[in-house]
Design a protein around this ligand. Structure first.
Ligand code: SF4
Length: 286
């Protein structure tokens, strides 16, 4: 788990534009039901604090002037089993307590018994002229790189179906093809986009962050960093979406970004590297 620890005084992330909250770590030793090889919480992205649902709502109400969109989650998957019910309960409580655009993200495939409740939340958001954005991430399609998203994470095809379910119940759909990773062929991203089209509103890329010689590096590059990749790595980068003070190494590829952006343009899908820009584009279409 991360060395960066939050406290009751700083339980979640606020940056003046977004509030990021979650159910916090699954247990004291395991921050998430899943274990993605590239997950930033393995290095210095800090877990949020575990609070009761009422206390999370209170945090959002007290700090209402410090954000204009709420993200659930960031440091864990609050909707993956065994916390699906509680995660959806949190969404419902937020929607009833704070009039605000609401984005939730999960790699889980949400079961039928919560779809009706999500549909009610989408309706409620629509009535107050706010968005419910359902996000998922699919980092690869090829089985050769399945180690990046190990079981019990549902397969890419199952998550594609999940996005279709989210569109059907009235949510705005957002797909994170993120982070872009050097061992994932750009054709994987094209295949995912083709399978999910036309049920997708927004696709996101993201540069890949890791701490030199940290846990992410060991799991993403189990055989070491190839020389040609090493040349493309930037050192000493801060994360723009978290307040940890660490310096990260990053990898990104303009060629991958351009190819995915062009494919999204052809498909009529909004593409951006950051969700803020993508949502600005989406709002212009309303
Ligand atoms: S689902 Fe998210 S929080 Fe959980 S391990 Fe994967 S990247 Fe990390």
């Amino acid at each position: 788990m991360s060395n960066f620890k939050r406290t009751q005084l700083n339980p979640f992330y606020l940056n003046g534009e977004r509030a990021m909250v979650s159910l916090g770590p699954l247990t004291e030793k395991k921050y998430c039901p899943y274990s993605c090889a590239f997950c930033y919480v393995q290095d210095d992205f800090g877990s949020y604090v575990s609070l009761d649902l009422d206390d999370i709502i209170n945090f959002l109400v007290v700090n209402r002037n410090k954000y204009n969109i709420i993200y659930v989650s960031g440091d864990t998957d609050s909707f993956a089993p065994p916390r699906t019910d509680k995660g959806v309960q949190l969404l419902s409580m937020i929607s009833q307590s704070v009039e605000c655009d609401l984005l939730f993200t999960t790699r889980a495939v949400l079961p039928d018994f919560v779809l009706n409740r999500l549909s009610e939340i989408a309706d409620r958001q629509r009535k107050i002229n706010k968005l419910l954005i359902a996000a998922t991430s699919i980092t690869r399609y090829s089985e050769e790189v399945a180690y990046l998203e190990p079981a019990p994470i549902p397969s890419p095809d199952e998550r594609i179906q999940h996005m279709k379910n989210m569109k059907a119940l009235g949510a705005v759909t957002m797909l994170g093809l993120r982070p872009f990773l050097p061992m994932v062929n750009v054709n994987d991203y094209i295949a995912i986009l083709d399978k999910i089209h036309p049920f997708l509103d927004i696709a996101l890329g993201e540069r890949f962050y890791f701490i030199r010689n940290g846990n992410i590096q060991k799991r993403v590059f189990p055989n070491g960093i190839p020389k040609e990749i090493e040349k493309e790595i930037k050192r000493g980068q801060k994360m723009y979406f978290d307040d940890n003070q660490s310096y990260w190494d990053t990898w990104s590829s303009l060629s991958v970004e351009r190819t995915v952006a062009e494919h999204c343009r052809k498909r009529g899908i909004i593409f951006a590297m950051h969700s803020t820009e993508a949502l600005e584009e989406y709002r212009k279409t309303l």
